[in-house]
Design a protein around this ligand. Structure first.
Ligand code: NCD
Length: 301
């Protein structure tokens, strides 16, 4: 693996080897403590982040590497002076061994990869993709369900602008006998090109307009935040599908509730103590998955 741009690039075997390495990193952290010794990773974020940036940085540090960072590249880097993304990347690539990039443009990671002499890791490209999130999402599902083939997954919330959903459905399409329910308001439906892609991969995709259209025995509920920043100049009001104790109890005791976080009111805090609510475990697994990805990309290079 060199760049991580899109979930299109992963095979099932790739995921399996990333997951095996993630298990090793979790069970024998001491064996990885110096894996990135002498390496510098730059985290370059033009959009807000808590988990993605800090889990990447913690991952680098836990592997013995060093981090250079611009957490608000939109205002605090030379972007504010009018520097283009390619120029910024060319320069930063001269200082480090890999760049973790979050940027509002859908094609940003691709554009960066074209000019970078070090690996680019896409940490969110506008409303496009968020591949490392999807890898940690599938890893989390695997931890709880012990398989991916044959699962039924409901994705909820903002399926139009939600990059985590876009990347997740692409990874799920690598597996057999997958059914995906998509619950959103009409204006936030999954884009047609994703629906067509799922059809070509033999995934059943079933759009829904209410929680009760999702079968109670669904394996995974994957909720997301309405990406209001993507339609800030409209007066569109979105009524959320709220998962609280009562609505969660419609689902099976085996259904797990995931969310990439941050959540707002779409998941009520009264479910946090429910053993089906796994979103904090999911974000914790994220750090180990990112250790495994960084190790695959950088160790020994
Ligand atoms: C998501 C993102 O930035 O796309 N967060 C994350 O990386 N865990 C989801 C969101 O912002 O709603």
């Amino acid at each position: 693996m060199y760049h991580v741009i899109s979930c299109d690039q992963f095979s099932r075997d790739d995921l399996e080897s990333i997951f095996r390495l993630t298990d090793a990193v979790r069970s024998q952290p001491e064996a990885f403590r110096t894996a990135l010794a002498g390496k510098i990773v730059a985290t370059v974020f033009y959009e807000p982040s808590t988990r993605t940036r800090l889990s990447f940085e913690a991952a680098v540090l836990r592997l013995g590497g060093n981090v250079i960072s611009t957490e608000n590249a939109k205002e605090m880097s030379s972007a504010i002076k009018g520097e283009s993304l390619p120029d910024t990347i060319r320069v930063i690539a001269g200082y480090c061994d890999a760049i973790v990039l979050r940027h509002p443009d859908i094609r940003s990671a691709e554009v960066a990869a074209q000019v970078s002499r070090v690996p680019i890791i896409n940490a969110g490209s506008g409303s496009g993709e968020h591949p490392t999130q999807a890898v940690l999402d599938v890893y989390t599902i695997y931890q709880y369900k012990k398989k991916i083939d044959g699962l039924t997954i409901a994705v909820l919330g903002d399926l139009l602008f939600g990059r985590t959903v876009h990347s997740l459905v692409k990874l799920l399409a690598l597996y057999r006998d997958i059914t995906i329910y998509g619950l959103s308001r009409d204006v936030l439906s999954l884009p047609e090109d994703y629906i067509a892609y799922l059809a070509t991969k033999g995934v059943r995709y079933i759009p829904c307009r209410s929680l009760r259209e999702i079968p109670p025995e669904v394996d995974v509920l994957y909720h997301t935040r309405t990406q209001t920043e993507r339609f800030a100049n409209t007066d569109l009001q979105i009524e959320e599908f709220i998962i609280d104790k009562e609505s969660l109890d419609y689902f099976s005791p085996h259904t797990i509730l995931m969310h990439p976080l941050p959540r707002r009111n779409e998941i009520a805090p009264d479910v946090d103590g429910d053993k089906r609510a796994v979103f904090f475990a999911q974000s914790h697994y994220g750090m180990y998955v990112r250790m495994s990805l960084l190790h695959s990309i950088l160790a020994g290079r």
